[in-house]
Structures are given as structure tokens and as C-alpha cells.
Design a protein around this ligand. Structure first.
Ligand code: GDP
Length: 459
């Protein structure tokens, strides 16, 4: 019943070729989001694109903080060639993405950097689309497209981010590819495997925690290839339960990366969240919660993943009651929109609280995977409406007809109603809270959708 993971499509290319205009064009149809999620900002560079019901995640690599990284590097080393920097940025995105869209500039033509990027991309052995932007009409296509065949590519896609030329058919093709990829990705995991991802900034303690979670008393460990060539997931059994720890290689590899250069990788976080059931959001107790952390949590909410907020390095605060209080207050404020997610204090160094992680994971996962009978759900709906009837909508009475659970992981419900738009957000929130309380879903995310049921027509 769990939906398939969404494919990640990355826009890669030189600066100013139009990546962010394309990003906006692709995601434009998306703005009418039905279910407002608190904590989710819209000023970002990755977005779920819904194309006639088929979804994928689009990432504008030009907008990721890798850009800032390159600026810092440029200041440090002005001689460094821009193409080298682009390579570093693109490579990060290429590694995490399922599908690459290489954006070229039809107006400016082919530059030496484009050849370099093309070479790099070919080495990735991923599906690559070559998009030639700034082509506004068929006439321009005749004129501007041909030089790009020098890249040795058979199929080029001429488009105009500004005018929309060629965009629809291109997205159709991306979606076809996403569907094919997803079909090949059937996971073969033991039943009831809990998929866990450790997410957090560099040095927060992800590798230390990974090692502690794997511990000595695990039963079986096997390493399965992840979705990208260099990522490895670890499947293990502990006290009779199966766990898949996502991207363990990615976490451990860190040791080899130059520490100073390593930045938080949104791409890496996205692709891990995409594949997990429960995200362990690691926060450095010594540093507090950052905007990056709340953005990641917002993304978990959007994708319906359960979360545990993990305050690591608690050992450093052990004798500082004042700081403990400050931190807990900060974290509580910043994570209010996932009030149901447990917050745990741990030390990956001393082992404090590790056992607690396991017991909490189980409680959360149990709720996350629950199924309810339609009868039970409808009794809950009925009791909500009886306790607190909705107000009128443009003089009409709002009628909730019935509700049903359509998915699990997380528990997802639909309520059929005559005027979904007439249900005020505060009433919607009341319904969510009521479902949460009555179904004892106090630790997990749940989803509730309002759908219109046709009103009976007379005469
Ligand atoms: P990663 O980059 O998130 O994988 O972080 P690491 O696991 O490599 O940890 C970064 C640094 O923090 C290392 O020096 C660890 O020894 C240290 N560290 C990790 N967890 C703890 C903890 O709970 N307490 C303390 N005091 N240090 C920790």
C-alpha cells in the first residue's frame, strides 16, 4: 500500500543557461497545493512536480547551496577555472539524481564548459536529457539547434523556458522515463523491514550514530546497493526485527572528504528521505537547531515520512542545566509543526539513549503502519462532526459523507465532503487532531485529504 518513491530529476548546466526559469516553468502547475504544510517554505530549489497525477522531484542544482560553496572557493582560489567548479557542483547532483537534464543555452551556443560537463555526465551512466533552452519557435529551432549536434548526441530537446515552447512534450517524456525506472525498482526486502535514514549536517554525528545503531549485537548484516552507484544500504536484524539503514556508505565515506569543503547536501538528504519510512533528524545539542534542519523536517512532512528528532552530543550538556533548558525550548519551538514526533537526547559517543532509539522507532513504526477498518474511521468522523459541527459555507451546510483509509505508511485517509473548499483550515486542523486522538496516532504523521463527492442533482 505504500506509494513508490519519487524519482529525482536534476537540472544541471552552466550558470545563466536558464535552469531556474525552467524550474519555475516545470513547477508552475504545482502551486495550488491543497494541503498547506506548516514549516514548508516555498523559496526553495526542489519541488515535487505533479504532471497529470505522475510525480517526480525536480531539483535546480544552480540554486542549491553548492553555489555558495563555489563562491567561497573562488575567493580562496581565483585562478580556479569556473568549469572545474561547475564540475564539482554538477557531480554532487549527478550522483544523487535518477535522471539528469543537461541544460544548454541555445542563444549563446556551445561553450567549452559544455563539452566538459557533457563528458562528466556521460561517465555517470545515468539517463541524460539534453535540453537546448532559449529556442522560442520552430524558425529558431532550425537556426540554433544544429551546432549542438557537435556534442555527439542523437536527441536534443529544443525548448523555451520563457515562452513554453517544447516544454509539455518534454515533461511527458521525463514522466515516461520515471515510470519505467520505478517499475524496475521493486524492492525485495524481508517483510516489515523498517527503513531508517540518518539526516543532519556534517559533524552532527551521523557516522558515529550509524556505528552505534549497528552495534555488536546485531544478527545479520548484508549490504545492498542503493539507488546511486556509490550508495550502499545496510540491512540488519536485531532482536527479531529487520532494519534497513539507508545510505550507510554515503555517511561513512565522509571521513575521506576534505572536512572544510563538505557542506550539507540537500540532494543527499532528499534522496535518503525519499526512500525511508522514518527519518532520524540529528541535531547537534551543542549548536542547536538550524533553518536547514527545519527545512529538512518540512520536506519529511510533505513526503509523509515519520521523524524522530535526535539531540546528539547530549553528553556535552550534561552538567549545564541552563543550556539544556534553552536547547529544549528552541527545538520545541522550531519543531512545533511535527509536535507528534518524539525528541530524544542521546550521545553517539557514550551510547547514552541508543536503546531508547530502538524502542521509540518501534512505537512510531507501529503507528506509521497501522490499518483501520472503515467502520472505525467513520465512527471517528461522526464523533468529530457531532462534537463540533462545521460552520456554513456561503449559506450551505457542509456535509461529510464518509471516510476511508486509502494507504498506510503513513496512515492516509480521505473524507468525502460536498464542499471541500468550504472547510476552513482551522476546522481541517480540528479534524486531523480528532483523528489523531481517536485513532491513537500520537507519534506519527498522518494524512487527511478532503475530496468532493458530487451532490445529488434533482430534476
Ligand atoms: P557526521 O559528519 O554527521 O557523520 O559526524 P561524525 O559521526 O563523523 O561525528 C563528528 C564528530 O563529532 C566526531 O569527532 C565525533 O567523535 C563527534 N561526536 C559524534 N557524536 C558525539 C556525541 O554524542 N558526543 C560528543 N561529545 N561528540 C560526538
Amino acid at each position: 500500500m505504500k506509494e513508490k518513491r519519487h524519482q529525482i530529476v536534476a537540472l544541471v548546466g552552466r550558470p545563466n543557461v536558464g535552469k531556474s526559469s525552467l524550474f519555475n516553468r516545470f513547477t508552475k502547475s504545482n502551486k495550488a497545493i491543497i494541503d498547506p504544510t506548516p514549516g514548508v517554505t516555498r523559496d526553495r530549489h526542489y519541488e515535487t512536480v505533479d504532471w497529470n497525477g505522475q510525480k517526480f522531484i525536480l531539483v535546480d542544482t544552480g540554486g542549491l547551496e553548492m553555489d555558495k560553496l563555489s563562491k567561497e572557493q573562488l575567493d580562496e582560489d581565483p585562478e580556479k577555472k569556473i568549469s572545474q567548479l561547475i564540475q564539482e557542483q554538477s557531480w554532487q547532483a549527478v550522483r544523487e539524481a535518477d535522471i539528469i537534464v543537461f541544460v544548454l543555452d541555445g542563444k549563446e551556443g556551445l561553450l567549452i564548459d559544455d563539452y566538459e560537463i557533457a563528458d562528466l555526465l556521460r561517465k555517470s551512466e545515468k539517463t541524460i536529457y539534453y535540453l537546448v533552452n532559449k529556442i522560442d519557435s520552430e524558425a529558431q529551432e532550425m537556426d540554433r539547434l544544429s551546432p549542438f549536434y557537435e556534442l555527439g548526441i542523437e536527441q536534443l530537446h529544443p525548448v523555451s523556458a520563457a515562452h513554453g515552447y517544447g516544454i509539455n512534450s518534454f515533461i511527458d517524456e521525463i514522466v515516461r522515463n520515471c515510470i519505467e525506472n520505478a517499475e524496475e525498482e521493486e524492492e525485495k526486502l524481508p517483510e516489515k523491514t523498517m527503513r531508517i535514514a540518518c539526516i543532519g549536517r556534517p559533524n552532527v554525528g551521523k557516522s558515529s550514530l550509524t556505528n552505534k545503531l549497528l552495534g555488536e549485537d546485531r544478527m545479520v548484516v548484508s549490504h545492498l546497493p542503493g539507488t546511486t552507484r556509490d550508495s550502499v544500504d545496510t540491512l540488519f536484524e536485531k532482536n527479531g526485527s529487520n532494519y534497513l539503514l539507508i545510505d550507510t556508505a554515503g555517511i561513512r565515506r565522509k571521513g575521506k572528504v576534505r572536512d572544510k569543503v563538505e557542506k550539507f547536501s540537500v540532494m543527499r538528504a532528499l534522496s535518503s528521505i525519499e526512500r525511508c519510512d522514518i527519518a532520524l533528524i540529528l541535531i547537534d545539542a551543542n549548536e542547536g537547531i538550524t533553518e536547514q534542519d527545519t527545512k529538512v523536517i518540512g520536506y519529511c512532512v510533505e513526503r509523509g515520512r515519520a521523524c524522530l528528532v535526535i539531540l546528539n552530543k547530549w553528553d556535552l550538556l550534561e552538567n549545564d542545566k541552563k543550556r539544556q533548558k534553552w536547547l529544549l525550548g528552541e527545538v520545541e519551538r522550531a519543531t512545533k509543526f511535527i509536535g507528534y514526533s518524539p525528541t530524544l537526547k542521546i550521545s553517539a559517543l557514550t551510547g547514552l539513549g541508543i536503546k531508547n532509539i530502538y524502542s521509540t522507532l518501534h512505537k512510531v513504526f507501529e503507528q506509521f503502519s497501522l490499518k483501520f477498518s472503515t467502520g472505525k474511521i467513520n465512527r471517528v468522523l461522526q464523533s468529530a462532526v457531532e462534537a463540533h459541527p462545521p460552520s456554513l459555507y456561503k449559506g450551505h451546510r457542509i456535509k461529510f459523507y464518509y471516510s476511508t483509509q486509502v494507504a498506510t505508511k503513513p496512515p492516509t485517509f480521505i473524507i468525502f465532503v460536498n464542499y471541500p473548499k468550504g472547510v476552513h483550515f482551522s476546522y481541517y486542523r480540528f479534524l486531523v487532531n480528532h483523528f489523531r486522538a481517536e485513532l491513537n496516532l500520537d507519534l506519527t504523521i498522518l494524512r487527511l485529504f478532503l475530496r468532493e463527492r458530487q451532490r445529488k442533482k434533482y430534476g
